[in-house]
Write a protein that binds this ligand. Structure first.
Ligand code: NAD
Ligand code: IPM
Ligand code: MN
Length: 338
């Protein structure tokens, strides 16, 4: 029996994860849920512990993880998100964060030009290094904060290679090698070496600022984008909105070598709408679909995706998509299409 660790987390996390779990349950494929709903900001505020060793072992012992969101306005230190989400990504070595962005429905695109609306790309994020890799804070007369951006040859090579494995039409590498000398040079060198091994894929490079502009000007030019931890964080929210809305975007944090994965919506805990019952469950439901695909339930994953497409096309939408359904009603509308 497949065992799924479930970390609903904070804010709208538990609200949208409930819909994702109901959807998986409706498929009747016998996945067992191990729900760790005590991992949240309240526990961190009370105990100072973001993720206990016991919980880490319990999660690592499951076949995969579904996570809602971590973050709470009462917690100002990054130690909490680092302790839960970033620590799971790095300790489980989930080095590829795969964030697909496919237009959910034409009328959800914010873009003016109809011909350019059909975004269908995957943004591949290096998930264990970069600016998230290590920080050093030092006081020396003046107050200085130094965050070190770490790129290793092994880390860059494995993420670029994984991105190539997902490419259908083309591969774009994004960096700021015009401004950031050493990391930029390393990404450039490994990019050129790896690209040379894939002569059948159209490859190109963009600086991060221009990539943001191109995503808005004509996102249809992109197939796979590979970039570092922080540029992807920004570009994937941008791509999510172009694809229909942040509330609909899903992601998979994977280790392609072990096959272990943690899936989660791209959005956060949305404190501004927590408790209103209006959060969009689509990002969480599509994250469950990514997870099913990773666990070998390809046809079930496809069925969930088509059900989401049909429900949204039929106008079953939460307020962020211009509708008036509650989280529960939007989830039920998807299940009615299954
Ligand atoms: P956010 O993604 O939570 O929200 C941004 C905006 O999008 C808000 O207006 C919110 O209402 C809206 N939104 C997000 N998800 C939605 C949904 N499913 N349905 C409808 N509207 C939705 O980003 P934020 O406000 O910058 O962050 C809030 C907290 O979440 C912070 O603590 C942040 O660190 C955390 N966060 C966590 C994750 C994660 O766990 N993966 C991701 C991003 C942010
Ligand atoms: C994401 C989030 C996280 C990140 C935060 C909550 C640490 O924004 O998953 O995109 O920056 O990776
Ligand atoms: Mn983010």
């Amino acid at each position: 029996m497949t065992r799924l660790a479930v970390v609903p987390g904070d804010g709208i996390g538990p609200e949208v994860i409930a819909q994702a779990l109901e959807t998986v349950t409706a498929l009747r494929i016998g996945i067992e849920f191990d729900v760790l709903d005590h991992i949240n900001a309240g526990t961190f505020l009370r105990t100072g512990v973001a993720l206990s060793e016991e919980d880490f072992t319990r999660i690592a012992g499951c076949d995969a993880v579904l996570l809602g969101a971590v973050g709470d306005p009462r917690v100002i230190t990054p130690a909490y998100a680092r302790g839960v989400l970033l620590s799971l990504r790095s300790r489980l070595d989930l080095y590829a964060n795969v964030r697909p962005a496919r237009l959910l429905h034409d009328d959800l695109s914010p873009l003016r030009d109809r011909a350019n609306r059909g975004i269908d790309c995957v943004i591949v994020r290096e998930n264990t290094e970069g600016l998230y890799g290590g920080s050093l804070h030092r006081m020396s007369g003046a107050e200085v904060a130094i965050d070190i951006e770490v790129s290793t040859a092994r880390g860059v090579r494995r993420i670029v290679e994984h991105a190539f494995s997902l490419a259908r039409r083309g591969m774009c590498m994004v960096d700021k090698s015009n401004a950031v000398p050493s990391g930029g040079a390393l990404w450039q060198r490994i990019w050129r070496e790896t690209a040379a091994d894939h002569p059948n894929v159209a490859t190109y490079h963009l600086f991060a600022d221009v990539a943001a502009m191109r995503l808005v000007a004509d996102p249809t030019e992109f197939d796979v984008i590979v970039t570092n931890n922080s540029f992807d964080d920004i570009l994937s929210d941008l791509a999510a909105q172009i694809a229909g809305g942040l509330g609909t975007a899903a992601s998979a944090n994977v280790n392609p070598d072990t096959g272990f994965c943690l899936c989660e919506p791209v959005h956060g805990s949305a404190p501004d709408i927590t408790g209103t019952g209006t959060a969009n469950p689509v990002g969480a439901i599509l994250s469950a679909a990514l997870l099913l695909e990773h666990l070998g339930y390809g046809s079930e994953a496809k069925a969930v995706r088509s059900a989401v497409d049909r429900a949204v096309a039929a106008g079953h939408r939460t307020p962020d998509l211009g509708g008036s359904l509650t989280t529960q009603q939007a989830g039920s509308a998807v299940r009615a299409e299954l």
